[in-house]
Design a protein around this ligand. Structure first.
Ligand code: SAH
Ligand code: SF4
Ligand code: F3S
Length: 477
C-alpha cells in the first residue's frame, strides 16, 4: 500500500502513539510512568491530563517501558480491532511484568469504561481500571493497587471537565496543541459506543479555554485544535438564570482573538448542529482555519435514519452548499464514512459513492462497520453484511477518496500557501513540513526556517497526501 493511500485508510485515525518526554521530566527520585494512547485526539488530550494528575502524585513520565514503575494504556473501544490491539499489547506487557513483579499496569479510557471490572477477570495482568471521568482518583487507585488489591473507578460524571488541570504536553512538537472544550456526547448514533464510554455531554468554562490558549501562545505554540465529539453543540452558562451564555461560534471568536498568529482548528462537527454563525465566525477570523471535518457516515437516507444521525442525504448536501457559499470552494472538507452498516444494499452503498462525488472531499477516514455490544444497532439491527462485502465496499470508498484527494490537491498547485512549520519532513532532513490553512501537509526545502514560523510556499507538485513546493517572498493570494 502506498503512503498516500495509507493516510486515507484511517486505521491511523485511531492510531497508537507512545509518549515521549523531555529530559527535565525525568528525575531520578520520582517514580516513573509510561503512558501509551490509543484512539481519537480526545484520548491523546486526556493522557496529558493524566500526566498532570500523576505528576502531582510524584510520578514523572518516561519514554521507556523497561524503566517504568507504572504503565498506563489509554484505550479506545470504537471498533473491535481497536480493542484487539490493546489486548495484544497487554499480552506483551505481561512478559515485562513477569520479569518485574512490582510493575503496575493500568487500563484507562473507553475500553476500561466499556468493560469495567470484567476487564480484570479477562486480563489478569491488569491492576487498575479507570474510566475517562475518574482520572483525579488515579493517585488513590494506585495506592490501593500498591497494596496488592485490584483498583477500579469507572464512574461517569455530569460535570467533570478537568478545566482547572493544566495538561502536560506529551509528544509535543511545540507548535500545535489540543484543547479539550467539552466531554461526552448526547447523540445516540446507533453504531457508536462513545455515549456509553464517555457519558453525557458537558462543556468547559470558556474562560479556562481562552486562558489555556493564551498560555500555549506564550510558550511558543502557534496552533490550537478545539476538541469535542460534537463541538457545534458547545454551550456554557444558563441564560434563563440570567447568566451569560456562550455557544461554539462565540467561543471560536474568543479563542481567535487570543492572537492573530495563533491558528485555530476544531473537531468534530456534526452536520445537524453546525450553524451559519459558526461558518461566519470562520470567515470573519483570518486565523480560524478554512477546514471542516464533517462526518457523513453514509450517503443514503434510509441508512442514515437507521444510524440515527438525524439528517438525511439532502440535508447533508445543503450543509455542504452552505459551507461552499460562505467559505468558498477552497474550504477543506473531510469526512468519516462507514461501509456495510446493517442491511445496507449495493444501491445504498452506491449512494455513498455519489455523495462523495457531489462533495469531492479533501480527506476521508473510512471504516468497515464493526458491531459494538450494547449499542442501539447491536440491540435492534442485524449485522448482516458479510465481512468481505464490507471490505470490498470500503476499498471502493477508499479508492474514490484517493482520486478526489489527488484532484483537490492538484487544484492548489501553482498557488502560494501560508504554511505553519511543524518540523522536519518525514521524508528528508533537508525539508520542512507544515500545514496550510486547509490542513494539507506541505513539504519544502528547509533554508533558514524553523518550527513555528509561517512561511509562504509556492506549491509546484503534489500527491494525494502532500503538497510539495518552495518558499517565496510574496504573500499568499
Ligand atoms: N463524534 C464524531 C466521531 C467519533 S468516532 C462524530 O460524530 O462524527 C469516529 C468515527 O468512527 C465515526 O465518525 C465513525 O465513522 C466511526 N465509527 C464509530 N463507531 C463505529 C463502528 N461501530 N464501526 C465502524 N466505525 C465506527
Ligand atoms: Fe458517536 Fe454520534 Fe456521538 Fe459522534 S455524534 S460520538 S458518532 S454518538
Ligand atoms: Fe475511541 Fe473513545 Fe475516542 S472509543 S474514538 S477513544 S472517544
Amino acid at each position: 500500500m502506498s503512503i498516500a493511500l495509507k493516510i486515507l485508510t484511517s486505521e491511523d485515525k485511531e492510531a497508537c502513539e507512545t509518549v515521549k518526554v523531555s529530559e527535565e521530566e525525568v528525575s531520578l527520585d520520582k517514580k516513573k510512568l509510561f503512558i501509551e494512547s490509543y484512539g481519537c485526539q480526545m484520548n491523546f488530550s486526556d493522557s496529558e491530563i493524566v500526566a498532570s494528575v500523576m505528576r502531582g502524585a510524584g510520578f514523572a513520565t518516561t519514554a521507556s517501558e523497561q524503566d517504568a514503575d507504572l504503565i498506563f494504556l489509554n484505550t479506545c473501544a470504537i471498533r473491535d480491532n481497536a480493542e484487539q490491539k490493546v489486548r495484544n499489547r497487554l499480552q506483551q506487557l505481561n512478559h515485562l511484568k513477569k520479569k518485574k513483579p512490582g510493575l503496575l499496569i493500568g487500563v484507562l479510557g473507553c475500553m476500561a469504561e466499556r468493560l469495567k471490572a470484567k476487564l480484570l477477570e479477562e486480563e489478569k495482568m491488569v491492576d487498575i481500571v479507570t474510566g475517562p471521568d475518574a482520572y483525579r482518583d488515579l493517585p488513590r487507585l494506585i495506592e490501593e493497587a500498591e497494596t496488592g488489591q485490584k483498583a477500579v473507578n469507572v464512574l461517569l460524571s455530569r460535570e467533570e471537565t478537568y478545566a482547572d488541570i493544566s495538561p502536560i504536553r506529551l509528544n509535543s512538537n511545540g507548535v500545535t496543541a489540543f484543547i479539550s472544550i467539552m466531554r461526552g456526547c448526547n447523540n445516540m448514533c446507533s453504531f457508536c459506543v462513545v455515549p456509553f464510554t464517555r457519558g453525557r455531554e458537558r462543556s468547559r468554562d470558556p474562560h479556562s479555554i481562552v486562558r489555556e490558549a493564551e498560555e500555549l501562545f506564550a510558550q511558543g505554540y502557534r496552533e490550537v485544535t478545539l476538541l469535542g465529539q460534537n463541538v457545534d453543540s458547545y454551550h456554557y452558562g444558563n441564560a434563563q438564570n440570567g447568566e451569560q451564555s456562550y455557544d461554539f461560534a462565540e467561543l471560536l471568536g474568543m479563542v481567535a482573538r487570543v492572537h492573530p498568529d495563533l491558528r485555530v482548528r476544531f473537531s468534530t462537527s456534526h452536520p445537524k448542529d453546525i450553524t451559519d454563525r459558526v461558518l461566519y465566525a470562520m470567515r470573519d477570523h483570518e486565523n480560524v482555519c478554512n477546514y471542516i471535518h464533517l462526518p457523513a457516515q453514509s450517503g443514503n437516507s434510509r441508512i442514515l435514519e437507521l444510524m440515527n444521525r438525524t439528517y438525511d442525504r439532502e440535508w447533508y448536501m445543503q450543509k455542504i452548499d452552505r459551507i461552499r457559499a460562505i467559505l468558498g470552494e477552497d474550504c477543506g472538507i473531510s469526512h468519516d464514512m462507514i461501509t456495510g452498516f446493517c442491511t445496507e444494499t449495493e444501491a445504498e452503498h452506491q449512494d455513498t459513492l455519489t455523495l462523495m462525488e457531489y462533495v469531492r472531499y479533501d480527506y476521508g477516514y473510512m471504516f468497515a462497520y464493526s458491531e459494538r455490544p450494547g449499542t442501539p444497532a447491536a440491540k435492534k439491527l442485524q449485522d448482516d453484511i458479510p465481512y468481505d462485502v464490507k471490505l470490498r465496499r470500503l476499498n471502493e470508498v477508499i479508492a474514490l477518496q484517493q482520486k478526489h484527494s489527488l484532484e483537490r490537491n492538484q487544484r492548489l498547485v501553482g498557488r502560494v500557501h501560508k504554511v505553519l512549520v511543524e518540523g522536519t519532513s518525514k521524508r528528508s532532513d533537508g525539508d520542512l513540513q507544515g500545514r496550510n490553512d486547509q490542513n494539507k501537509v506541505v513539504v519544502f526545502p528547509r533554508k533558514d526556517f524553523n518550527k513555528g514560523d509561517y512561511v509562504h510556499v509556492l506549491v509546484t507538485e503534489c500527491t494525494a497526501a502532500t503538497l510539495i513546493g518552495h518558499s517565496v517572498e510574496e504573500v499568499a493570494a
